[in-house]
Design a protein around this ligand. Structure first.
Ligand code: ADP
Length: 186
């Protein structure tokens, strides 16, 4: 599985760089998407006794976006959250409107956190935070770089906040309706 996910990461980064990543816009339910992503990690979070909470605002409209890409970004966030959160930690996925045209989906954890000097570099390809914090963990250092590129394809942005020793929150802000030059793409 590790090898497969590394190969997928490499193919995805190559595709975005070649401008070959296509958009598949569909009506998308945020709560369902969040549930699907959390489902991928059920066995792991159970094993680590990590409590996972999903809270999605009631009034969230369905999105017109590329659900596969949103799912991949959330998958990367959650995979890091699970990896860097110790046993019996907590992870919370939240979805709410950030403004009337933008939805914010965040993944917060009670993991090791990220030092201020590493906050920019972790979004670069093949970069990981200081080895002393994440020593012993696996990964290619590509997940966040890919997520940043995918977010840009969705006309969105990625943000993060973190405190060493307390935890991190990563979020994506994406338009409810994906438009290209003001025209709805479908
Ligand atoms: P990978 O996880 O494969 O190393 P990423 O690009 O997803 O690659 O992450 C880059 C680095 O950012 C990680 O190696 C880790 O040092 C740091 N990081 C990402 N998410 C978290 C998190 N939730 N908690 C602590 N560190 C994190």
């Amino acid at each position: 599985n590790r090898l497969l996910s590394m190969i997928n990461d490499l193919l995805n980064i190559a595709k975005t760089e070649a401008g070959k990543m296509e958009l598949h816009i569909e009506k998308t339910s945020v709560p369902e998407l969040c549930k699907t992503v959390v489902g991928h990690f059920a066995a792991l979070t159970r094993k680590k006794k990590i409590k996972v909470k999903v809270s999605t605002d009631n009034g969230l409209p369905p999105l017109m976006t590329d659900p596969g890409k949103v799912e991949q970004i959330l998958y990367n966030f959650l995979s890091n959250a699970v990896k860097f959160t110790p046993d019996r930690g907590r992870i919370e996925i939240r979805a709410a409107m950030a403004d009337e045209k933008t939805v914010r989906i965040s993944v917060a954890d009670t993991g090791c956190g990220i030092a201020p000097q590493d906050k920019e570099k972790i979004f670069e390809k093949f970069q990981q935070a200081d080895g002393s914090l994440t020593r012993g963990s696996t990964g290619s250092g590509l997940g966040l770089a890919i997520s940043k590129e995918l977010a840009a394809l969705l006309a969105g942005t990625i943000g993060m906040e973190s405190t060493v020793g307390k935890g991190s929150t990563f979020w994506i802000d994406i338009p409810v309706t994906l438009t290209r030059n003001g025209v709805t793409v479908s």
